[in-house]
Ligand binder design. Sequence first.
Ligand code: ATP
Ligand code: MG
Ligand code: MG
Ligand code: MG
Length: 478
Amino acid sequence: MQTHEINDRFTEHFRSRGHTVVPSASLILDDPTLLFVNAGMVQFKPYFLGDAPPPYPRATSIQKCVRTGDIDEVGKTTRHNTFFQMAGNFSFGDYFKDGAIENAWDLVTKSQSDGGYGFDPERLWVTVYEHDAEAAELWRKITGIPAERIQTRDAKDNYWDMGVPGPGGPCSEIYYDRGPAYGREGGPVVDEDRYIEIWNLVFMQDIRGEKSPKQGGPVIGELPTKNIDTGMGVERVACLLQGVENVYETDLVRPVIAKAEELSGRRYGVDHADDVRFRVIADHARSGVMLVGDGVTPGNEARGYVLRRLLRRIIRSTRLLGVHEPVLSEFSKVVRDAMAPSYPELVTEFERIDSVMRNEEEAFLSTLTAGSKIFDVAVAETKKAGGRQLSGDKAFQLHDTYGFPIDLTLEMAAEQGLSVDEQGFRDLMAEQRRRAKEDAKSRKTGHGDLSTYRALLDQHGTTDFIGYTDLQSHSRVL
Ligand code: ATP
Ligand code: MG
Ligand code: MG
Ligand code: MG
């Protein structure tokens, strides 16, 4: 079943059950807690928070999502994209747990000839929050799933809140068992590679206080109206229904792998290290196009920096496949063609998207050419001296003279089996800032002291990526 069909069936299932069909929001919303929209519920937050009256009691959407926190998983697990589509249904004070469970189970298990996905109910598992006996009971009653395939989890995994005092509630998840070839027996609590999470249901019922139940904090009240927020991973369902190994081989992602095979002359499925590169390229190319499509441009801060990092990872991965020519334009076209049926703006906006990508690639290729030579020499010297760590001094030189962001140096060093003296690097950065500041003071040019600003920039260059992923995972909404 093709991805567009999976989406259509989801929308139709919920439309016919009284849900208003709401288009995906942009990946960029004005929300200070999030860099990018990372779940379907984000655009509905005002209704969940009671800041605005919901214009409909039920809604459904297929939301574009970006999760930069999953970047290091990409290509290595079978199930993590940086860009993916989350199909969701939402109830604002309308149906609650029983309706959410019934709706989800029905779509997942209904036969394909009846408009469902036709998953074998015998292979489905669910999880519930350890203090949500009500949900466990409803799963048994509504779906007939045996108790052995309902597992409980603690608040860390199965409690949801917005990272701040306010709405919260238990979650339930649906998992599909891919079978013994994919891992260990024992349900999702034992092995999330074999048992793949496809759908998360959030039952918003509580008010949490200063401390989240995830950190052992208490629930301090009950929400006056109870809400439902769910998210189904479209790529994961596609992976299972298309009988492919992972989300990167699904119909909307795989064509980029094919393009990379064509450009490199190497085959996917032959060498593990190459395969990870193929998957990184395919995943990141799609995220890059979707982000630029929604107005992000590469830069040194925040969103722009995430985009820059994604694009640079594509370029480096492609070089490691032996291709040294510019490639982004080739990949962007393939992404456009795959994604345009659902996102027609990619066609009308393509010229702009393409030129943003090409400019960034050009700039990065010259950075790489200059910096890589220095890097290679430094690695060779370190290894010759029996060292296992690249000095902070080298990392600083690469940053200062050749524009290598520290994460690039870290990644390239890791590929060579070396670590980097990050603390040494940071000390040198701080020292440089201090000098710049003194210099600015002593010159008294009459202009504002830009070094503080510069210092912030530098700091972002070194630490922001973790910060943003952290920020995202703290406020992760599903
Ligand atoms: P996982 O535990 O596998 O990382 P999650 O619990 O973080 O997933 P949720 O926040 O519950 O995911 O998101 C709802 C659904 O979106 C998941 O059930 C899954 O199907 C899908 N999903 C989540 N993250 C990704 C991703 N990085 N790529 C593709 N699909 C995803
Ligand atoms: Mg996750
Ligand atoms: Mg999970
Ligand atoms: Mg989940």
